[in-house]
Design a protein around this ligand. Structure first.
Ligand SMILES: [Zn+2]
Length: 349
């Protein structure tokens, strides 16, 4: 049975080839932007490795055997998956080596030290490896230094540089690329997040290769903000204060909790970056309005490529400050005031 995943065909082929040649490594570090399918890929790989009918030549899960059914139900005894709890900032150490009362008697490292219960292999998937602290990474190192026979360990990260060199050197790096707009639009429609192909494509473009980002941007309020920002920025004269009010009311509608408020400001900045990136492509003569977006008319905003690049630069700097826990109202004002200056250079200067 073919892998049920959108995109990443090259990576599937790479694993199949390594398996055919009997050269499958025991530890992998999957890297690539969030929300592009790395964890789904890891789960599919686990399914193919644990399936009772899969062969090293095909590396395909049959989808019917007991192992496949247990993997699908999330209860295969030889598949161990851990991820950072949503309310924690780091991956808790107890998930790796057990809590204080059960040190090295539970957790991922302990589970992987046991013999497989059903077949010859055990698979561990460590999602959110970006959030390993030094203690967690050290605990994991012992496992990576001497992986038990038949074990496959997959660490999922956004970037190799987020991992300690000691972990990087013990894992085979597998890079994942963002999905194309067409792949993402299809996925968005298949999962019922868009009402039309046109809407799915717009969401896909905003998602920039990530289904997670696309989902974050799909609600009505967020799409209305996108429309409002694009409508304003295409005008020759727009007032920073007007956009400050628009963005602030969108951020305030998220309530008082900081994480959703920060996410909303990031959405707003993303939309502005998207707008100026498209404008820059047009100004440079690149075919941004390609086959995927031909029915979406992009009106040139009339700036030079240098000015567009400056607007993108300002916005990306603002984006970085959101993650650094800046005061959001101050940041919003600073960003949009800077942007209005960058977007309106002295004419004839
Ligand atoms: Zn099977």
């Amino acid at each position: 049975m073919p892998w049920k995943i959108t995109g990443h065909e090259l990576q599937i082929e790479r694993f199949r080839k390594a398996s055919r040649c009997g050269r499958l490594a025991s530890t992998f570090l999957f890297v690539g932007p969030a929300g592009i399918g790395k964890r789904t890929f890891a789960e599919q790989l686990a399914g193919a490795l644990l399936c009772q009918r899969s062969t090293a030549d095909t590396l395909d899960a049959c989808g019917n055997c007991t192992a496949c059914q247990l993997v699908a139900a999330g209860s295969h005894p030889d598949l161990y998956l851990i991820a950072k709890p949503i309310d924690k900032s780091m991956l808790p150490l107890e998930l790796l080596i057990g809590d204080r009362e059960h040190r090295m008697k539970s957790g991922l490292c302990y589970q992987m030290s046991l013999k497989p219960r059903m077949g010859q292999k055990k698979v561990a998937i460590l999602d959110d490896a970006d959030h390993l602290n030094a203690e967690g990474a050290n605990a994991l190192l012992k496992l990576l230094e001497e992986p038990p026979p038949g074990s496959v360990i997959v660490l999922i990260s956004t970037h190799a540089s987020r991992q300690l060199p000691t972990i990087r050197s013990r894992a085979q790096l597998v890079r994942f690329q963002p999905l194309t707009n067409q792949q993402l639009a299809q996925l968005i429609q298949d999962q019922g997040f868009a009402e039309s192909a046109h809407q799915a494509l717009a969401m896909a473009r905003a998602g920039r290769g990530s289904i997670e980002r696309s989902r974050q941007l799909c609600d009505e309020e967020t799409q209305a903000l996108r429309g409002a920002l694009h409508d304003a920025l295409v005008q020759e004269h727009w007032r920073a204060q007007d956009l400050v009010e628009t963005v602030t009311s969108y951020v305030d509608a998220a309530g008082k909790d900081a994480p959703p408020r920060r996410q909303r400001l990031k959405n707003a900045i993303d939309f502005v970056v998207e707008f100026y990136r498209d404008q820059l492509h047009i100004a440079c003569g690149c075919a941004v309005i390609n086959q995927e977006t031909r029915d979406e008319e992009i009106v040139p905003a009339g700036l030079s490529d240098f000015e567009y690049a400056r607007c993108i630069d300002h916005s990306l700097r603002a984006f970085g400050h959101v993650d650094a826990n800046a005061n959001l109202p101050t940041l919003t004002e600073w960003w949009l005031n800077e942007l209005s200056t960058a977007a309106r250079p002295p004419r004839g200067a």
